[in-house]
Design a protein around this ligand. Structure first.
Ligand code: SAM
Length: 219
């Protein structure tokens, strides 16, 4: 995969996993054990959905605020689990108070301008991202739809336009979203004020293609 000299790559020893969800939770636990200290910190889990990652952050001692534009998948007893739920579009959510921001399964549901605006508002914080990565060489192996074949250049970024679906996991309003190549993500993260970027390996496969976790720090 194309990358950058300044993108750090960390390979995680993860052992076996049952399915994609289990693997993602394992990666997050592994990050909280070895790399990211959330204990006593204010963590915002953006686009939290069923709040599985919020719960894990809570287990590790964080004060957790789960934010989602939908509440139908949020467990009814979420407050009893010690997690604050905020029903709001994250594009209008004030992030100033938070130390750590989780953007899992969400960035690739946004248009480019909204991605830039959100990441700029995270400047100075520790940010973890889990997102689809557009890998042109993988499309041949995992062909799904026509849109996967149309690499576009957009304001200096490179990727594909993904047509948002009408389901509880999709974007709450925009109709298209932008999936970057890894080189383009790197440019996005640095442009938004993050100069210390780690990509975690292995890359993993969702039903729509390749994904990766990233850790973004200001320096
Ligand atoms: C693919 S799910 C990811 C859920 C969870 N973070 C995970 O990784 O398993 C995307 C979530 O983001 C929420 N979402 C999408 N656009 C949003 C927006 N603009 N503001 C708030 N939540 C949004 C959806 O309602 C959905 O719960």
């Amino acid at each position: 995969m194309a990358g950058s000299d300044q993108l750090k790559i960390t390979t995680l020893e993860l052992g076996k996993h049952q399915d994609e969800g289990h693997l993602r939770h394992k990666i997050f636990r592994r990050l909280l054990t070895g790399e990211v200290n959330v204990s006593g910190k204010w963590v915002a889990d953006l686009g939290a959905g069923p709040c599985a990652f919020a719960r894990i952050a809570r287990e590790f001692g964080a004060e957790v605020f789960a934010v989602d534009g939908r509440d139908e998948r949020v467990p009814e007893d979420i407050e009893k689990q010690g997690i604050h739920f905020i029903h709001k579009d994250v594009r209008e959510f004030n992030l100033e108070a938070y130390d750590v921001v989780l953007i899992f399964g969400l960035l690739y549901h946004f248009e480019l301008d909204d991605q830039i605006a959100l990441l700029r508002r995270c400047r100075g914080k520790e940010v973890l991202v889990d997102t689809q990565v557009y890998c042109p060489d993988q499309v041949v192996r995992f062909p799904v739809d026509e849109w996967q074949h149309s690499l576009v250049q957009l304001n200096g970024y490179e990727g594909i336009l993904y047509p948002e679906k009408d389901n509880p996991m999709a974007s709450v309003s925009n109709r298209n979203s932008f999936w970057h190549t890894e080189t383009s993500y790197f440019r996005l993260f640095t442009t938004c004020g993050f100069n210390n970027i780690t990509a975690y390996r292995p890359l993993y496969l969702s039903k729509h293609g390749i994904r990766s976790f990233y850790r973004l720090l200001p320096d």
